[in-house]
Design a protein around this ligand. Structure first.
Ligand SMILES: [Zn+2]
Length: 237
């Protein structure tokens, strides 16, 4: 009799544990799914609200209030598809990792990174894919302070294939008037001009993107990241 009771007790315990584990798994799955971008969440974003999401993300970053993320859980949650709400053209600079400075997770934003955040046909093609094919609502050109590519262009540096890349920044140097790569304020001024130049090129060289900008289905904004404070300033602000 005692043995029977004991066995029933064990079975009950096992069932209780299973049910609890199942409930926990179910709750976790639901929570993680809600945390990644979906077709529905992407469709609900507008160009203006995409800017707000990035501004709020950067504010969380500088205020040490970043969202806690279960990074590995986002891998299976995004494996079936991606619905990033924004596309960011940024410099390759190791001090400006876009997901971190905007407090975004896996599957949230497209990142196109190249020295000096310059535009070329491959960058434009990537942006056309991001907006027209995948439905990203916002294009951001993100320059930054103390940019080595900008400094190199100011100095008219020559080095192998880098020479051609730096030449793409020269119009921004010319537009900024005379100055020195040792003058931080001047380097930032050229970086801003370079962002404006890239925005102009995107509109002029991609009819696909221009049509979406004109229709208002996609937005285009410029911004500068300050490597000394962590703050992103949108140029229209
Ligand atoms: Zn840079």
């Amino acid at each position: 009799m005692r043995r029977t009771t004991f066995t029933i007790g064990l079975v009950s315990l096992a069932i209780a544990v299973s049910a609890s584990a199942l409930a926990q798994t179910s709750a976790d799955t639901a929570g993680k799914k809600a945390a990644v971008q979906t077709a529905e969440s992407q469709a609900a974003v507008t160009p203006a609200s995409a800017v707000e999401k990035l501004k709020k993300g950067n504010a969380r970053f500088v205020e040490k209030n970043m969202r806690s993320r279960d990074w590995l859980a986002k891998v299976p949650a995004t494996a079936g598809g991606q619905y990033p709400f924004a596309t960011i053209l940024a410099c390759m600079d190791s001090r400006a990792p876009i997901e971190i400075i905007f407090d975004q997770g896996i599957g949230d934003v497209f990142g196109i990174r190249i020295a000096g955040n310059v535009v070329n046909e491959d960058v434009l093609g990537s942006m056309e894919y991001a907006t027209k094919v995948v439905g990203s609502k916002l294009l951001v050109v993100l320059g930054h302070t103390s940019c080595g590519a900008v400094k190199g262009s100011i100095d008219d540096a020559k080095l192998g294939n880098l020479t051609g890349l730096l030449a793409k920044i020269r119009p921004a140097v010319s537009a900024s008037g005379p100055g020195s790569s040792k003058d931080d304020a001047y380097v930032t001024k050229v970086a801003q001009a370079n962002v404006s130049q890239a925005m102009k090129e995107i509109r002029e060289k991609s009819p696909t993107i221009k049509a979406q900008l004109d229709a208002g289905t996609v937005g285009l904004v410029g911004a500068i990241y300050d490597v000394s404070t962590g703050k992103v300033t949108f140029l229209s602000d």
